[in-house]
Write a protein that binds this ligand. Structure first.
Ligand code: NAD
Ligand code: DAU
Length: 338
């Protein structure tokens, strides 16, 4: 018995593997990751020497590697997190998003079905539902209406997962979560970008009027939701996860400035993101009722902890900013370049 986690060197993947190790201490965990710009094995440095943890450097679009990994390690359950994940990058070039998020998911699904995987948890996003006005919430019944190339590629992957269950009876389940925050998040995303810019004394770019709303959830709560889906979810079903914590971007930025004792004069309003979704808010009552899951991390405590983590780990940010970790892993593993 072994688990395969894809994208385990990324933000949510590394936090999820740590939770999985705690919950399933005697099960082998295989992490398949291509080490794109967002993948950093240092995120799992604490697992070095764990004989039940195995890293495979490879791409989920590589059919033979995926098939070999499933067979060689007798994989019974797959947690699929590998993705191109940043909206702004998808606006500049959607090519890697289609390759990894759509084709990669198709390759993984087909190989997992051929291998006889017993549980496949596909980690998706609330962005597939599009954008909300001032009222209402996304439920699992909300029609898909993705607005960015990233969201469209994730919606494509969700539909492939849905079809694999409907057509082949493949035991796949989809999770859709709102915006995560916490340790090890790549500093291109809003919260770590703001914290690291404040630390470096740089200006903080706020897109448009800054009144877009996101529903924030601590990464540990999302990781617990992915695990609860594996344990209690029903194949073919979708489960939404969210933090019940809506914040306008500008308010969040001001809170971070306050927490870090820096002035609001660091804020710079910049051009808006094209096609910018206005508001996300998740109704996660299905996961609460059917999976016995609930949010545990209070937002103000989680945010303060996150600021402390980034302040205590300035070396982690520095290495990313300088490109040092990429140069090191490129020399160790080669790199597909993003
Ligand atoms: P991330 O960008 O931090 O990490 C992605 C990981 O996938 C990296 O380690 C990268 O090297 C790996 N990867 C990329 N392409 C690959 C490929 N072709 N083959 C193998 N590995 C590859 O992303 P994240 O924020 O940790 O998101 C993880 C998953 O959760 C994604 O599927 C994302 O859509 C979903 N999600 C993210 C959020 C969020 O707020 N970050 C919210 C909901 C859902
Ligand atoms: O909702 C889940 C999604 O959340 C995930 O599927 C994505 O992988 C993840 O990246 C995230 O998408 P967002 O686009 O919401 O996150 P991001 O951190 O890029 O931006 C959050 C908000 O902050 C968004 O309204 C854009 C705004 N923003 C972002 C950046 C990077 C700024 O105003 N300034 C910035 O510099």
């Amino acid at each position: 018995m072994a688990f395969l986690v894809t994208g385990g060197c990324g933000f949510i993947g590394s936090n999820f593997i740590r939770l999985l190790r705690e919950r399933e201490p005697s099960t082998r965990i295989v992490n398949l990751d291509a080490l794109t710009y967002a993948g950093n094995p240092a995120n799992l440095a604490d697992l070095e020497g764990d004989v039940l943890y195995h890293f495979v450097h490879g791409d989920i679009t590589d059919r033979s590697l995926v098939a070999r990994t499933l067979t060689d390690h007798s994989i019974e359950a797959v947690f699929h997190l590998a993705a191109e994940s940043h909206v702004d990058r998808s606006i500049l070039d959607s090519t890697p998003f289609i390759a990894t998020n759509v084709t990669g998911t198709q390759v993984l699904l087909d190989a997992s079905r051929a291998h006889g995987v017993k549980r496949f948890v596909h980690v998706s996003t609330d962005e597939v539902y599009g954008s909300l006005g001032a009222e209402g919430f996304f439920t699992e019944q909300t029609p898909l209406a993705p607005n960015s190339p990233y969201a469209a590629s994730k919606a494509g992957s969700d539909l492939l997962v849905r079809a694999s269950h409907h057509t082949h009876g493949f035991p796949a389940i989809i999770t859709r979560c709102s915006n995560n925050y916490g340790p090890y998040q790549f500093p291109e995303k809003l919260i770590p970008l703001v914290i690291s810019n404040i630390e470096a004394g740089l200006a903080i770019p706020v897109y448009g009027d800054g009144l877009q709303v996101r529903d924030w959830i601590h990464v540990q709560d999302h990781a617990a939701g992915i695990y609860a889906t594996y344990k209690h979810g029903v194949p073919g079903e979708v489960y939404n996860f969210g933090g019940r914590c809506e914040r306008a971007n500008i308010d969040l930025v001001k809170t971070l400035l306050q927490l870090m004792g820096r002035p609001e004069s660091l804020i710079r309003y910049v051009a808006d993101r094209p096609g910018h979704d206005r508001r996300y808010a998740i109704d996660c009552s299905k996961a609460e009722q059917e999976l016995g899951w609930q949010v545990r991390v209070d937002f103000s405590e989680g945010l303060a902890d996150t600021v402390r983590w980034y302040r205590a780990n300035t070396g982690w940010i520095e290495k990313i900013r300088s490109g040092e970790y990429r140069r090191y892993y490129q020399s160790q593993y080669g790199h597909r370049g993003v």
